[in-house]
Design a protein around this ligand. Sequence first.
Ligand SMILES: [Zn+2]
Ligand SMILES: [Zn+2]
Length: 577
Amino acid sequence: MRRFRSLFFAAPVLAALVFAPVIVLAAPPAGHGRQAMPEIRPAFRPARAQAGGVMTVSADDPPLSSVLMKLAVNDPVHSKALLGQALLASPDLPPVYFRLAAADLKEFPGGLVSGFYYAVRGFESYARNWWWAMDLSGLAGVSLIASFFICLFVTVCLRLPRELPLLKHDIAERSRYFLLLLVPAVSAFFGPGLFLASVLLLLGIYFPRRDRILVLLVMLFAAFMPFVRGWVNGVYLVSNPQMRAIVGANEGIDNSLAVKALAGSGDFAGLFSYGLGLQRSGRPSQAIVAYSAAIERRKDPRAYVNLANCYMFFGEPGKADELYTKSLAIRPTAAAYFDLARLDRDSLDYEKAGALYRQAANLDPAGLSQAFMDREGKEGGRLLMDDTLGMADFYSIFDKTRRGAGQGASSVLLWSVLILWLAVFFYFGKGGRMRAFRCSRCGRILCDRCERQPYWGRMCGDCYQSLVKLEARDPKKRVARLLMIHGSQLRHGALVRALGFAPPGIAYIYGGSILKGALMLWGFLFFAVAAAANPLFTTGLGTGRHDWLGAVSAAVCGLLYILSFVGARRRQGRQWL
Ligand SMILES: [Zn+2]
Ligand SMILES: [Zn+2]
């Protein structure tokens, strides 16, 4: 039966594991061209097309994809076709995928596979879009911290009336327990979080053995808390105009901001992005100055490639050839191979060009096909592949900003206190016979100092005589005690049953299945807080919000609620809670 129960819990996880590969491997749905596409003449170039081209106009207008997404909302008949075009314009934008997924999932069951396909692709696109990934990580950090606090507070409140009298009993009878009061007193200096955690630690001494893992988990999380907090602060610190400009230029979203905001940059990333912005807004001579300055800071192969592309614009293939070769000598990139292949093609050396194309394709097949696609859309212009900074470069800027502001994860003092508290916990937690406990029948608090006798199943003397040593008791008193026990059990049962309607886990925590209950409550709170904070906490840099979060949160919270409600009923039926 126990095995069956754990299966009940594991079933959703197993289902997800089984279905995930099926969904990922599912062929791209043929839905793109199913509907007649309304004629849309973009007045400006799609965002991605700039990324591959050398000289294109700047995009001061709003990105095409966001215009198309707005149109899709107002035009339900053509919404899927419009979203499909938005996807072509911005293949790295998560909300486009999720809106397509939602549109497909509405056509249940026909759109199920393609709906899941777009959802998976949507999650993948987070890895290609810096602000969206940052934004999501900041939101996750905020809800992790908030849900931890709320869950800890609720657990302490629910357990305090049960465990505090036991601690009082021990403090009154054993002087060394008095020292335990130092734990919350000292912790209070570290803030409310650690204070709450230390109260849980004291109560945890009286938890059933398996539920004491909760104390360890809480202490572990407290140790990581400075890192999570530092990360969240870093996300908001790094959302400055310079970073916006750097990411905007390199992700091919906004060149004009880079030209405006990065003019005075002194570091490599700033100068490189400034050069990219200038180059793509048709100012190659200024771009040459910026790239040369960037190369003085760092001999980066990508700067050489873009510099060479600028020289190509002025018709200096000799100079460009030299720079491409220099770039390849530092570290081969797809762009350097691709552009050098163009040079060889121009001088009619097709064999060498073919070999270089193959090498480019080995390094970055997706980038190469994008570059060829861009060439299709070009009107006669020479096309070269620019190199750009990526997620790893953005992350190192983020990390530098975070550390510069003292948001690192060094908290030696906190960790030493936590280790000391754990030592205290293990010292007082061992030797269960020594501590106060409740009579398993009537709930009276006692310890081996108050009552010296063999305890059968942790019973007080009165209950033992009434239930086990029947002959030693006057029958009238026995019946009275049995009725008293029955009455208190009924009251407890009614309360647990009522708490079954409360948020998931609360009935478990109150009923004594503390670890399981706290984990359920924490999971519930994490998703609930994330969904609630989704529109509030934002760097203001992603366009739109994480649309999928509402649906995922509702599903997880609903599932946890049902599991907790049904579970509490079943366990209570067997008098486990
Ligand atoms: Zn008793
Ligand atoms: Zn006692």
